[in-house]
Design a protein around this ligand. Structure first.
Ligand code: DGT
Ligand code: MG
Length: 371
């Protein structure tokens, strides 16, 4: 077994889209440490180092077993001097001194707390930190701080939306969105995407694609679905973005930019009675409901496969798909389209399998994309 595992490790690709990564992580002791370091670099806007740690963590997640010694690291991709040094320390001492120091660092702790609020990113966290604010009560007591609508909702529903969403809750939300979409058109198509479509047990939100086969109809579908949710009295927050999608535009390389499809970021009220097996968390404080974050995206049907591939994730899988397309195939990929730069043409796709085939990649199932 030792020999075969070693061979397996020797053939690990540097690209997440050429690896199969389930939700089972055999190297959590390393990847948890890397995530703290990546976050810290993210808070300080040192993007290169942040991505290096995320890439290393993602590679380790794909391994069939834990890395047990220094020698095993030599054959693995995505590991640099810094990542290796952290792993070596963890192997020797059980933890990383650098990570321990960060976890007790005042700046790291404050950024972690502030960015846990819906609508607060590193830039806002930095602004508040510079003003000497350190806690939620500091922020809420400071009259010179203006909270936007998203942040106001973030604070209002903080307890609920910082609590993980379960699979059962995701299923209930699916039924709610499905009902709302079908009431508008029976032809409505609803697909679960994001972490739950990769088989995750818990998520920070629930992501769906909602569209219709009739091209162009999807643009008005989403506002109508939102209106339906509002009429049901379960719409607690809605940030709607109309489509700015232009079929002629070339795909963009940067992953971080949001796509141009019509979409909305919602907070919905999920009633306990709708959840099979009860809603423990909300029952706990005697309300019988909880607030949940839901994202809906509405691509035109001829770009459905790209939207599905783009929203299924994981984020690292998406980053590496794009990186692979560019570096290995001379192609541009984003959530809208795939463009072949050598042939100067868009490559159409009806399914995710078509896109993998265009890229010359073996098909990776959604549950194997937990990179
Ligand atoms: P979680 O945290 O349990 O909700 O995990 P995920 O994997 O569902 O993560 P989430 O909900 O943040 O994002 C789901 C997918 O949606 C992600 O893999 C790619 C897409 N997506 C979300 N945000 C962005 C973004 O800022 N840019 C791009 N290009 N795609 C995004
Ligand atoms: Mg999600």
């Amino acid at each position: 077994a030792e020999g075969s595992t070693h061979t397996l490790m020797a053939t690990v690709s540097q690209y997440a889209c050429q690896r199969r990564t389930t939700t089972e992580n055999n190297n959590k002791i390393f990847t948890d440490a890397f995530e703290v370091l990546a976050e810290s670099y993210e808070f300080n806007e040192i993007e290169g180092r942040c991505l290096a740690f995320r890439r290393a963590a993602s590679m380790l997640k794909s391994l069939p077993r834990a890395v047990r010694c220094l020698g095993e690291m030599q054959d693995l991709p995505c590991l640099g001097e810094h990542t290796k040094a952290v792993m070596e320390e963890i192997l020797q001492c059980g933890c990383s001194f650098e990570v321990k120091k960060l976890l007790s660092d005042e700046r790291y702790q404050t950024f972690k707390l502030f960015t846990s609020v819906f609508g607060v990113g590193p830039k806002t966290a930095d602004k508040w930190h510079r003003r000497g604010l350190r806690s939620f009560s500091d922020i809420l007591a400071d009259r010179s701080i203006h909270l936007n609508r998203m942040q106001q909702s973030g604070f209002l529903h903080y307890g609920d939306i910082s609590r993980a969403v379960s699979k059962a809750e995701a299923r209930s939300l699916r039924n709610i969105i499905d009902g709302a979409a079908r009431a508008i058109t029976p032809a409505a198509i609803l697909a679960l995407t994001g972490g739950f479509s990769r088989g995750k047990e818990f998520g920070h939100d629930v992501d769906f694609i909602v569209t219709t086969p009739e091209l162009g109809r999807e643009e008005s579908l989403l506002p109508e679905v939102i209106d339906g949710l509002k009429k049901q009295g379960i719409l607690l927050y809605c940030d709607y973005h109309a489509s700015t999608f232009d079929v002629a535009k070339l795909p963009i390389r940067r992953f971080e930019a949001m796509d141009h499809f019509a979409k909305c970021f919602l907070i919905l009220r999920l009633e306990g009675s709708r959840v099979e097996g009860g809603l423990n968390s909300a029952e706990g404080d005697g309300r019988g409901w909880r607030a949940v974050r839901v994202d809906l995206v509405s691509p035109p049907m001829d770009h459905y496969a790209f939207a599905l591939l783009g929203w299924t994730g994981s984020r690292q899988f998406e980053r590496d798909l794009r990186r692979f397309a560019g570096a290995k195939r001379g192609m541009l990929l984003d959530n809208h389209a795939l463009y072949d730069k050598t042939k100067n043409e868009f490559l159409a796709a009806e399914t995710e399998k078509d896109i993998f085939a265009h890229l010359g990649l073996e098909y990776i199932e959604p549950w194997q994309r937990n990179a």
